[in-house]
Ligand binder design. Sequence first.
Ligand SMILES: NC(=O)c1ccc[n+]([C@@H]2O[C@H](COP(=O)([O-])OP(=O)(O)OC[C@H]3O[C@@H](n4cnc5c(N)ncnc54)[C@H](OP(=O)(O)O)[C@@H]3O)[C@@H](O)[C@H]2O)c1
Length: 328
Amino acid sequence: MKAILLKDFGDASQLIIGEHPAPVAEAGKLVIKVAATSVNRPDIIQRQGNYPPPKGDSEILGLEVAGVVESVGDGVTRFKVGDRVFALVGGGGYAEYALAYAEHTMPIPDALTFQQAACICETYITAYLNAIVLGQPQSHDTVLLHGGGGGVNTAAIQLIKSLYPQVTIIVTASTGKVERVAGLGAHHVIDYKTQSFADEVKAITNGKGVNVILDHLGGSYLANNMKSLAVAGRLVVIGIMGGPKSELNLALMMVKRQQIIGSVLRSRPVAEKAQIIADFEKTVMPLFADETIAPLISDVFPLEQAADAHRAMEQGSHFGKIVLDVHG
Ligand SMILES: NC(=O)c1ccc[n+]([C@@H]2O[C@H](COP(=O)([O-])OP(=O)(O)OC[C@H]3O[C@@H](n4cnc5c(N)ncnc54)[C@H](OP(=O)(O)O)[C@@H]3O)[C@@H](O)[C@H]2O)c1
């Protein structure tokens, strides 16, 4: 099959189209003929050599696929050849065929195209798991999301608005994305290029701080995140785009009874991911099926141009998701 191969770890020019053996359906798994996949920020980190796939998963980049079931392995009863499905995969998305656990696969609602379905697993499940299940917002709480124009955070805004309409959403965004983030329903948008988010959060919350923060900047934002967190607030860290290390005042954290929670989706055990996906399918997928929400597609590239798709993400002008069209 055709697949995007990584010549060596490094910049986007390392991604080339080539030939790779197609996967074979194993027990409990199915092979999907990929119509579309999407680019996620962790793909860039993997390309750079800092995010290897879990043991046993494909070395090919790509964390989610949408397409048609090509073949099923022993014990797979929920899906049959020809079904329209989408799946979270530990790797292997940037290819014509991908192998997925049946329990990490969901049927595509009629309302969604393959390209839209290819934008759900990595970003919406991450947003759901971290901003909602781990962040535990209560009604009338205030939540702070960083980088509201990205894949995970456009998803987080939509999910919080739909599932917790009484929660106040504060979002940081770069100057050119402020208006579009407000258009998604964020109540307050802070331009992180020109404003101090800690000062703005203090003013917006009358000094109380926010109850939940979803953060992917890590080290560079830790001090201001802790300053912005209310008493008994929860900081959920899902990325380290601003570096992995920083100093923390434990005395203040203790007195304010705050929690810092670290979380990744990809390396969780198969059964744990299956449980998260089952919960997500029950709670969130009806919102896609009845068109309450829809994935935001910023750009579409053919699979062959995966390197350009990575450059586009690194340049950062996208709003929502970047899709790779495979067998569209
Ligand atoms: N732990 C997990 O399980 C998991 C799973 C998936 C993703 N992630 C992480 O989640 C993060 C987002 O991934 P993604 O796929 O959504 O990537 P993405 O679409 O590229 O989004 C990244 C966002 O970061 C924002 N950003 C950059 N510098 C910022 C700053 N100083 N302050 C505030 N925002 C800033 C950008 O906003 P502007 O464009 O406005 O500058 C952009 O919207 C990545 O760190 C990724 O590794 C974690």
